[in-house]
Every structure is written in structure tokens, then in C-alpha cells.
Design a protein around this ligand. Sequence first.
Ligand code: LMR
Length: 335
Amino acid sequence: MFKLTAKALACALSLTIAGLAQAAESATAPIVIKFSHVVAEHTPKGQGALLFKQLAEERLAGKVKVEVYPNSSLFGDGKEMEALLLGDVHIIAPSLAKFEHYSKGVQIFDLPFLFDDMAAVDRFQASPAGQGLLSSMEDKGITGLGYWHNGLKQLSANKPLYEPKDARGLKFRVQASQVLEEQFKAVRANPRKMSFAEVYQGLQTGVVNGAENPYSNIYSQKMHEVQKYITESNHGLLDYMVITNTKFWNGLPEDVRGELRKIMDEVSIEVNKQAEALNQGDKQRILDAKTTEIITLTDEQRAKWRDAMKPVWKKFEGEIGTDLIKAAEAANSAN
Ligand code: LMR
């Protein structure tokens, strides 16, 4: 007959107790949500990520812990999408220029001179067409949770850019977007794809001569220190789609998912309200630094940039879809 010695019994009991304690702990351990991004904290996206963390940890105390990794410190922009799909990070907010392998429709946001102002961007993003893009990548495992603004992009270089011909032959850093490559080819400049973390050094060493960014990205990456001129062209948009891994998101307890969704909606409203002021503040900081002249275009000069860049639309309208482009254009005139 099998007999347990007192020692073996004690040992078995303590193992069971340890196992139970561990199971109880993991049942109550908070869900860790890693939110990774590539910009500085004092930017619209950086502030949005921190607000999301704050509200989630306040309202879901003990249930959720949000770890925010800014400045490409966990994943750079070449790797973050892959990491999201692998489940190594749970929320990211890539710029809308970084979705071309996942959704052709999202390329619409890169079309130069598409939106008259940020109010038009708001209207399009809130429209059925804009909202439809958030769920357009579910089959690839990506769920869109909302849009966050950064703002309109400005051209920068070490020579003054008044007209498209001034950009001829210059090397411009672009995000990983074919539309943006074509945009610079349209003014006979040379686009170079480069990850965000490398832009400052690229400009400093002359690997590239110019770039396009909203003021908040220029200032927070100190690009103004290596660019003598900024042309306030407002020629294109740099906004974000906040996305999560579909399987991770659908696997969250329903109450947690519902609350996180509410928080995300609230944070999106706040980010989109603050972004313009943040960019204007950084424009002033650049002026105060006296490193860089900011060029304001006349209407005629700006029209020349628009005429030179707009033919890019034709190249992509098949992929993007004319209905989507019409919906975006309609957002310009709506009140
Ligand atoms: C860029 O690469 O220029 C931007 O996408 C960076 C960002 O996230 O704002």
C-alpha cells in the first residue's frame, strides 16, 4: 500500500498552497497594456498616451495597468506594427502614412492639399467614410480605436522654399508612404524613406536636406536646430489612427473593454482639442530660438505648390477609391 510520510505530506500541501496562491494572484493581477509610440511626450500623441494611462488606471484601478513607451524606446516605426500583430505591444498610434500595407483606403490622408483645415479633417474622420476606415483592417488583426490629430505639415530645408522649383533636386525625408514619395517626385525632389528616430541625424549629416512635419514634431525633435527655413505650407496632414490587436482587444473582459473604449473616446476628443494649440506653441518656441526663419506663402505661391503636387491624386485614386476621395472633399465645404 502507498503510504505518505509526514514529510512528503507537508511538502505536497505546501506545493498546493503555493499553487493556489499563485492562481489567486494571477486572477487578480492587472491586465498590462503596453502603449508604444515614436514621438516625444510633449506632443499631441505623447500627451494622449499619458492621458489614456491616467484615466485607465484611475477608472479601472487594480484591473488595468498601462505602460507607455515614448520616443521609439520600445519599438521604432519600422517595427511597431509587426510588434502589435505579434502581441508584443497592445496599442500603438502610427501616423496615417504608415498603413499602406494594411489598408489602401487609409492612404487618402496623405493626398497633398486634400483638406482645407483641421475642421474639415474632423468632419471627414467623423463621417461614415472616415469611421469605416477604422474597421477596415479587422481581417488583418488590426482594430482602429479612433483618430488623433497632430496637425498640418510644414516643409523645412536649409534653403528658402517659396515655390516648387526651389525644392528641385533636394533630398526630402519621407515616412514609409508611396503617396508621399510621389508628392516629392511631383516637385522634382528626391524622397528618401527614413524612420522617425533617424530624421534629426539625417538632416544634421546631410543624408537628407529637408523634411515635412507639423511644428510639434519639428520642435520636439530639435529639427529646427538643423533646418534654417520652414515654409508654412500646410500642404498635407499628419494625424494618427490609434489601433489595437483585434484578438487582444476582443479577449478583454467585457466591462474592461467597454470602459477602455469610453476612455479612448474621451481622450481622442481631448487630444484633438489641444493639438492645434500645442503646434502653435511650438511654432512660437521655434521663432524664439531664432534658429529658423518661418516663411509665409502668398496665395499665388501656395497655389503653385498645390498645382504641382495635386496630380499625385490621379495616381492613387484607383487604389483609394473615388467615393472616398469625394467624401473627403465634401468635408471641406460642410459647415
Ligand atoms: C513621422 O514618422 O514623421 C511621424 O509619423 C512621427 C509621428 O508619429 O508623429
